[in-house]
Design a protein around this ligand. Structure first.
Ligand code: HEC
Length: 466
């Protein structure tokens, strides 16, 4: 299959998306008609009664003392000075962070933190009314949060079965980016199936220097990928990636009856991408592993694929972004066996603008699966499909990954639109791939999905019409 690339103007991009929209999805539903129009009968919106519960549910996970966001939004006194900024961020749906186009593709996810239109409306009315506090007696009890140093999956699974540490690295105050690649042994004396993994920098300071963490699994076994994928997707050094960490992506919980297999003698080959921040910091990464109970063998094994949008020429990833241009790249990936796609996680750097994943089915029809239209380098969000929405695709499906880079002055993250940018691992270089957990299934299982799911979202949006 020939990958191709070309530059596009904004106009072309608009037409492409409109066409895709018409092809794949119903028109977006209109915002609530009443938005922003209070009348005499509408009771006043107050912080304590109406706004605090929304902030507890959708914001405080990050906006509380000690968590990742720059300010706490727990008390009225803390939130009040931010009222205008809060209104702006929720109206534009840039907070909570979720950069997916809500009008095309699959819309049911396991981890969608978005506000409803009614919640946005409540916040906007509160700010427009002068952000009043209301009766302190209406204030809900403060939400209890687990210890910041606890594993996020502890809530669901308790303490991890294994914690693997990478060797530490001391990052100097100034210097070039570093890719630290130590190896750690996984202490196992029998094969075990993994049902969830979580990665974190060992300390909050480490979070400031870690751009990403990869945990590659290395163990001796036949390379199954050759039977499942084609071309560079089939080439891998062993079973591939166990997990990838970046801000916005902390863990993977595999679907029921799905997992990854660890064998005795296996190792983690780490890759910690570190950058200097003007202060010397020493830290390392930690990987928590949660096993299925002994003897329980899930039916499916899942593979974390790095599906590139940029072409591969002579085994080299290629990206060529001239100064002051908007660039489109596209590449294709074949499923040799039916498979379930578990998630979509676009990865680009500072010039990243948008990325889509489409399925070209064996009958020739194309379905938009997911389109992140407002990619933001600060957030490597993992969009995890809900169980009843994860696309189930037939053998022979071609996945088309398209990425757009904006190397113009209109990209606020762009450090210099006058520079040429090429493929590379440094933050100032560019990349374009989607991390996707792909779970191959048998032909019989695919047929039974087809039969069972006739009327569900999966069947209507993905499976070829008969
Ligand atoms: C997943 C973590 C997370 C969640 C959930 C989240 N935020 Fe944020 N928020 C951040 C981070 C990190 C930043 C700073 C980086 C950025 O702007 O993207 C931020 C920035 C902001 C800012 C801009 C602050 C400034 O300096 O101007 C506002 C306002 C804001 N958030 C409001 C909210 C509101 C309101 C909610 C809930 C409706 C929310 N956030 C949910 C992490 C989060």
């Amino acid at each position: 299959m020939n990958a191709y690339r070309r530059s596009v103007s904004l106009g072309t991009l608009g037409i492409t998306l409109a066409a895709l929209l018409a092809l794949t999805m119903p028109a977006p539903t209109a915002r609530a008609q009443t938005a922003g129009k209070p009348d005499a009968t509408t009771p006043q919106v107050t912080f304590t009664k109406d706004v605090a519960p929304i902030l507890q549910e959708h914001c405080q996970e990050c906006h509380r003392t000690g968590a990742m966001a720059p300010m706490s939004l727990v008390t009225f006194e803390e939130a009040r000075p931010w009222a205008k900024a809060i209104k702006q961020r929720v109206e534009t749906r840039t907070m909570p962070p979720w950069h997916l186009d809500r009008t095309v593709g699959i819309q049911h996810f396991k981890n969608d933190p978005s506000l409803t239109d009614a919640q946005i409306d409540t916040i906007v009315r509160w700010v427009n009314a002068g952000a009043p506090q209301g009766d302190p007696k209406d204030m809900p009890a403060p939400k209890q949060w687990p210890d910041i140093n606890q594993w996020q999956l502890a809530k669901q699974f308790g303490a991890p079965d294994l914690v693997i540490d990478s060797a530490p690295y001391t990052m100097p105050a100034q210097g070039q980016d570093v890719w630290w690649k130590p190896t750690s042994e996984i202490p196992l004396n029998e094969p075990r199936w993994v049902r969830a993994v979580e990665i974190r920098p060992a300390t909050p300071d480490g979070r400031r220097i870690m751009h990403h963490v990869l945990a590659r699994l290395q163990q001796d076994e036949p390379d199954l990928r050759k039977t499942l994928f084609l071309g560079s997707d089939a080439n891998s050094d062993g079973p591939g990636m166990l997990m990838e960490w970046a801000i916005g992506k902390n863990y993977d919980v595999y679907r029921p009856d799905t997992g990854k297999l660890l064998l005795p003698g296996s190792h983690i080959l780490w890759e910690l991408h570190l950058h200097s921040i003007g202060e010397e910091i020493t830290d390392h990464a930690q990987l928590a592993i949660y096993f299925y109970p002994k003897g329980q063998e899930p039916k499916h094994r899942t593979y974390l694929m790095s599906y590139t949008a940029n072409p591969v020429e002579n085994g080299q990833l290629v990206l060529d972004i001239p100064p002051n241009t908007l660039k489109e790249t596209q590449n294709f990936h074949v499923l040799k066996q039916p498979a379930i796609l578990e998630n979509f996680q676009p990865h680009m750097h500072l010039r990243g603008k948008a990325m889509s994943m489409e399925a070209i089915l064996p009958d020739g029809t194309t379905r938009m699966l997911s389109y992140v239209d407002r990619f933001n380098f600060n957030w490597m969000i993992n969009y995890v499909y809900a169980d009843d929405a994860a696309p189930v695709l037939p053998a022979g499906t071609v996945l088309r990954i398209t990425a757009w880079h904006d190397n113009t002055a209109s990209n606020r993250n762009n450090p210099d639109p006058n520079q040429w940018v090429g493929w590379g691992e440094r933050t100032v270089d560019e990349m374009s791939h989607a991390w996707v957990n792909v779970t191959p299934i048998s032909e019989e299982e695919y047929q039974s999905y087809l039969a069972k799911k006739k009327s569900s979202e999966v069947a209507t949006s993905i499976v070829p019409s008969p």
